[in-house]
Design a protein around this ligand. Structure first.
Ligand code: KIV
Ligand code: NA
Length: 263
């Protein structure tokens, strides 16, 4: 598969074609996921939970993110690689530049940050320096203690309006992608319509430009309760590779997520 670029993703949005994203944290899975045609790999700080066994993403360090990003980059076959800046590694614009530089040099091609309007300056500085940014809105797991748990965001009209404004502001600041986690489908659809940049969703309904899932969730091997917005793609699959293929196809055909998998 040829190399995916931001241009590829933007043209897919303009054509109304969906693209798929999965997390990976190592070379072998990055190889498999990119080989089946998934456009983007997210080296998520979800690795703190699914690899390290923590009960949140807060303990993950920048060095750990760089280590996993480098491993993913070595296995990758042409997908675009996005990496998360972990908790408190982008608290100020200056710290953000340094942290992002480290992940880009480890092999990331897009940097993802969690938050709203307060990120505008950092996003603008990164964009000016050639670093594409994805702004993660809605349920932002690094803020779980402030949010009071992992809950759907933007349910009342004030917080929905705030999210719409944050999305617009961060796109204007220079964000190349948006990601919405656990927001009502109608709100995600509106933000996707308003945005010129591609919008990736998780628990955000069927109308975003792309979908992302944590690999362990969609393979059905994450311990504990299955979140409503995931689907076990190993059900009926003949191999892990087949499960990745079925996910990619379901996203591109628009059959994932369905209504029961949305809010
Ligand atoms: O860390 C992660 O895997 C993420 C996705 C859930 C969007 O940020
Ligand atoms: Na994350």
């Amino acid at each position: 598969m040829s190399n995916i670029t931001l241009h590829t993703l933007t043209s897919l949005k303009q054509k109304g074609s969906k693209f798929s994203v999965l997390t990976a944290y190592d070379a072998t899975f990055a190889h498999l996921i990119s080989s089946v045609g998934v456009e983007m790999i997210l080296v998520g700080d979800s690795l703190g939970m699914v690899l390290q066994g923590h009960d949140s993403t807060l303990p993950v360090t920048l060095d750990e993110m760089a280590y996993h990003t480098a491993a993913v980059a070595r296995g990758n076959q042409g997908a675009m690689i996005m990496a998360d800046l972990p908790f408190m590694s982008y608290a100020t614009p200056e710290q953000c530049m340094q942290s992002a530089g480290k992940l880009m040099q480890a092999g990331a091609q897009v940097i993802k940050l969690e938050g709203g309007a307060w990120l505008a300056e950092s996003i603008s500085l990164l964009a000016d320096r050639g670093v594409p940014v994805c702004a993660h809105l809605g349920l932002t797991p690094q803020a779980v203690n402030r949010l009071g748990g992992y809950r759907v965001q933007g349910k009342d009209s004030a917080s929905a309006q705030q999210m719409i404004e944050d999305a617009r502001l961060l796109e204007q600041a220079g964000a190349s992608l948006l990601l919405l986690e656990c927001v009502p489908s109608l709100l995600a659809a509106e933000i996707t319509r308003n945005a010129d940049v591609p919008v990736i969703g998780i628990g955000a309904g069927p109308d975003t430009d792309a979908q992302v899932l944590v690999m362990h969730d969609m393979l059905g091997i994450t311990p504990g309760r299955k979140p409503r917005f995931t689907r076990n793609f190993m059900d009926g699959a003949s191999s892990i590779e087949d499960a990745f293929r079925r996910y990619d196809t379901a996203v591109k055909q628009g059959s994932f997520p369905n209504q029961d998998e949305s809010f």
